[in-house]
Design a protein around this ligand. Structure first.
Ligand code: 5RP
Length: 237
């Protein structure tokens, strides 16, 4: 599977390949979303085919569900699985405390629900996602379409009192139209550059009524597997 990959895909593949070693027979597995998570889904498919591995997958997006079915993973809804042994997902940033920014692919809500309903969350990334302070990557906030402009204004007002370096916000677009998540919501991206207190920001953002969830994953990730372009991996936990 790894033949002829670009250096970045080689790194993502290396992290994904190592992460699926943590999946054991009979496990209920949360399947993340994004290009790195897609490698993990393919690697799981390979283990099912080659080793007869048995597992149940709970995808975090329709994209991932489609891919999982294609590679032979039995897909069920979270409510059917009830609780998961492990979730493996990508991230847009991770810091030294293994706090994350996620949602670059717009799947943060299902990703957070699924990761929170898991005994452990493993994040797979390449080295470019490692930061000392979260915030260089725009922080996605999922908002309900009803009154979204008011919600955005309330977010901006809140940011005035937060320890952040930037305060711009933008509605995520899909062409000329708002990007719509799998849950039918919009995403407002916050361009903060540096988040001084991610834990506090995550809490107060969710107190705004129109906010459904934000892309800060605090104390959720247990392990980060960093793939290198040389195919080696490093594990942080
Ligand atoms: C999707 C996510 C992804 O995990 C994140 O954007 C990383 O994606 P990629 O592996 O393609 O860089 O949070 O909502």
């Amino acid at each position: 599977m790894a033949a002829d990959l670009s250096p970045i895909d080689k790194a993502k593949f290396a992290a994904a390949r190592r992460a699926v070693d943590f999946v054991e027979d009979g496990m209920r597995v949360g399947l993340g979303t994004g290009s790195t998570a897609a490698w993990m889904v393919r690697c799981l498919g390979e283990r099912i085919r080659d080793e007869g591995l048995q597992l149940i997958g709970v995808p975090t997006s329709t994209r991932t569900a489609d891919l999982a079915r294609q590679v032979g993973i039995k897909v069920v809804a979270l409510d059917e699985a009830k609780w998961l042994d492990i979730t493996i997902d990508g991230a847009d940033e991770f810091d030294p405390d293994l706090n994350l920014v996620k949602g670059g692919g717009g799947a943060l809500l299902q990703e957070k629900i699924v990761a929170t309903a898991s005994d452990q969350m493993i994040v797979i990334t390449d080295a470019s996602k490692e930061v000392n302070h979260l915030g260089a990557f725009p922080l996605p906030v999922e908002v309900v379409p009803f009154g979204w402009q008011v919600t955005r204004a309330l977010i901006e007002e809140l940011l005035d009192s937060m320890d952040v370096m930037g305060r711009q916000t933008s509605l995520r677009l899909n062409g000329q139209q708002p990007f719509v998540t799998d849950e039918g919501n919009y995403i407002v991206d916050l361009h903060l550059n540096r988040i001084g207190n991610p834990r506090q920001l995550a809490l107060v953002l969710n107190q705004i009524p129109g906010v459904v969830e934000n892309g800060l994953f605090i104390d959720i990730c247990d392990k980060v597997i960093i793939g290198g372009t040389d195919g080696k991996v490093e594990i942080r936990d």
